[in-house]
Design a protein around this ligand. Sequence first.
Ligand code: THU
Length: 145
Amino acid sequence: MDSSKYNLSAQELQTLSSKAISAKAAAYCPYSKFRVGACILTQSGEYVIGANVENASYPVGTCAERVAFATAIVSGHHDFKAIAVASDTKPPASPCGMCRQFLNEFTTPAFPVYMYDSEGNYQVKTMQELLPDSFGPEDFAGERA
Ligand code: THU
């Protein structure tokens, strides 16, 4: 696997985590009161944040991870090094099923997802671990009926 492109320096991980944790403050979550912050590090060394944005019509709300990735994509980024997700829970929140599929579109199986808990401790998992046997853009390359 192409895992070396996903090696973060200690400084990168420190910056990524602190931006994800501080992004929780930007959450709009009057319904769940469950704050989630996210931050993506691009391969070009930029950081893109997101937070969950809820809606009075509950299913319309969006998770922090999708806000961060959509922002990164429309900002012109297409090559990513890592994402950190921070919540106020212990153990930390991990991306929901919809977010795993959304991230799969823009990542590879070795892409790391760092999950931070309320005390700043993290667990890290790859996309392969979070979404095995995924369906993605490459599945459109084959022959279709
Ligand atoms: N949420 C996220 O933003 N990311 C996650 O990884 C888990 C859940 C949000 C969705 C909703 O606004 C709130 O947390 C409660 O589910």
